[in-house]
Design a protein around this ligand. Structure first.
Ligand SMILES: *Cc1c(COP(=O)(O)O)cnc(C)c1O
Length: 391
C-alpha cells in the first residue's frame, strides 16, 4: 500500500458530491439556489480589513511566536473575560489556523488508541474525523428534536465508560442550532467532573444566537469545570472572517503547551497579518456583529415559518447559528430513501442545494443554510415547496 494507514481512517466531506454537481450545473448556466454554505455571506467589516492593510505596511511579514502574537493573545484574554466571564493567562491561550485547526491539534495531543470521545449527534462532521484520525473511538449519542437537540444527562451517563476521555460539543450548534441552557450545561459538567473527562467546548457561533438568549460558556460555571474545559473559538463566524483562518484554544496550561509544541513542528504561527486583523476584530467596535446577527435572525424567522407551513415537514426553530435542520423523512419513498437521495433529487429537480443530514449523523434530516440573501432564500424556498408538492 502506498499511503499510510491512518489516512484511510477518515473520509472526505460527504457534501462533496452535492457541491460538485451544483458547481457543474452552475457552469452550464443553471441558476442554483445555494443553501449549502457553511460560512457567513457578509464581507469582513471595514475596520478589520483596514487593520490588516496597516499590518502589511507595518512590516508584519515575519514569523511570529508559534502560539500567536501578544497583542492578539491579550485581545483574546480580554474578550474571554469581558464576554464569557473567564480569566486566562497568556500561557493558557494558543492561536491556530482556524478553530478547526485548534480542534485537530487538541485531538492530536489528547487522544490515542483506547480512548473514547463522546460526540452528541447531529454533530459537525469534523469532530468525528479528528477523533478517528487520532486513533480514538468516537461514541455518538443521538439527541432528540423534542429536546432541542440538546444532550441530556441520562443519555450522557449511559455513554460514559472508564475509557471516556472527553466530550466534544458546540453551543450554538452546527447543524441543528441547539443552544444549551445553564441547567443543561450544569448537568453535563456534573457528569464530566464525576467521571473525570475533558469538555471540548466549541463556541464558534456564540454571537449568532436568537430570541434574546445569552451564550454561556460551560467553563464559566465554576472553578472545577473551568479546569476540565478547553474553550475553542475563533473569528470566522462572528466577524465573517472564514478565509482569514484564525481560531484559538483557551484552557489547561499543559495541554496548551503541547498544542504549541505540535504547531511548532507543523504550521508554525498562523498568518501574521491575519493575527493583527483578528486582534482588531476582538478589540474594535462590535456593532457589525449585532448587525449580522439581526439579519440572520430575520432570515431564520422567515424560513422557519415557510418550512413549518409545509405538511409533513417538522422543523426545529434554531436558537443559534445559521442553519435549519428539518426532518424530511416523511417524504422518503421509492427512489428517495435517504437524505443523500433527497438532497440529490432536490438539486436535480428544483435546483436547490442543501447538505444531507447523514453527514452530521442524522439521515432523516437535511441542513439548509440561510447564510445567503433574503432574495435567494425567498426564491429557493418557493422552489423547495414546489419540489415537495410534486413528490
Ligand atoms: C465553521 C465551524 C468551525 C470552525 O471554523 P474555522 O473557520 O476553522 O475557525 C468550528 N466549529 C463549527 C461547528 C463550525 O461550524
Amino acid at each position: 500500500m502506498l499511503l499510510a494507514k491512518r489516512i484511510s481512517r477518515i473520509e472526505p466531506s460527504l457534501t462533496l458530491g452535492i457541491t460538485t454537481r451544483a458547481k457543474d450545473m452552475m457552469k452550464n448556466g443553471v441558476n442554483v439556489f445555494c443553501f449549502s454554505a457553511g460560512e457567513p455571506d457578509f464581507d469582513t467589516p471595514e475596520n478589520i480589513k483596514q487593520a490588516a492593510i496597516e499590518a502589511i505596511y507595518k512590516g508584519y511579514s515575519h514569523y511570529t511566536p508559534v502560539g500567536g502574537i501578544d497583542e492578539l493573545k491579550e485581545a483574546i484574554a480580554g474578550k474571554l473575560e469581558r464576554e464569557n466571564d473567564l480569566k486566562y493567562d497568556e500561557d493558557q491561550i494558543c492561536v491556530s489556523v482556524g478553530a478547526k485547526h485548534t480542534l485537530f491539534n487538541i485531538a492530536q495531543v489528547l487522544f490515542e488508541e483506547g480512548d473514547e470521545v463522546i460526540i452528541p449527534s447531529p454533530y459537525w462532521v469534523t469532530y468525528e474525523a479528528i477523533v478517528k484520525y487520532a486513533g480514538a473511538k468516537p461514541v455518538i449519542i443521538h439527541t432528540r428534536e423534542e429536546d432541542g437537540f440538546v444532550l441530556k444527562k441520562e443519555a450522557l451517563e449511559e455513554a460514559v465508560s472508564p475509557k471516556t476521555k472527553a466530550l466534544i460539543f458546540s453551543s450554538p450548534s452546527n447543524p441543528a442550532g441547539a443552544v444549551y441552557s445553564r441547567k443543561d450545561l450544569e448537568n453535563i459538567a456534573e457528569v464530566a467532573l464525576r467521571n473525570n473527562f475533558y469538555i471540548i467546548s466549541d463556541e464558534i457561533y456564540e454571537h449568532i444566537i436568537y430570541d434574546g438568549i445569552k451564550h454561556i460558556s460551560i467553563a464559566s460555571l465554576d472553578k472545577d469545570i473551568y479546569e476540565k474545559t478547553l474553550v475553542v473559538n475563533g473569528v470566522s463566524k462572528s466577524y465573517a472572517m472564514t478565509g482569514w483562518r484564525i481560531g484559538y484554544l483557551a484552557g489547561d496550561r499543559e495541554i496548551v503547551r503541547a498544542v504549541v509544541k505540535l504547531q511548532s513542528q507543523s504550521t508554525s504561527n498562523p498568518t501574521a497579518i491575519a493575527q493583527v486583523a483578528a486582534a482588531e476584530a476582538l478589540n474594535g467596535p462590535q456593532d457589525s456583529v449585532e448587525k449580522m446577527r439581526r439579519e440572520f435572525e430575520r432570515r431564520r424567522d422567515f424560513i422557519v415559518n415557510e418550512l413549518r407551513s409545509i405538511d409533513g415537514c417538522s422543523c426545529f426553530n434554531p436558537k443559534g447559528a445559521f442553519y435549519i435542520f428539518p426532518n424530511v423523512s416523511h417524504f422518503y419513498r421509492k427512489g428517495i430513501a435517504s437524505s443523500m437521495d433527497f438532497a440529490m433529487s432536490l438539486l436535480e429537480k428544483a435546483h436547490v442545494a442543501v447538505v444531507p443530514g447523514v453527514g452530521f449523523g442524522e439521515d432523516d434530516y437535511i441542513r439548509i443554510s440561510f447564510a445567503t440573501s433574503m432574495e435567494e432564500i425567498k426564491a429557493g424556498v418557493k422552489a423547495f415547496k414546489a419540489f415537495i408538492s410534486e413528490l
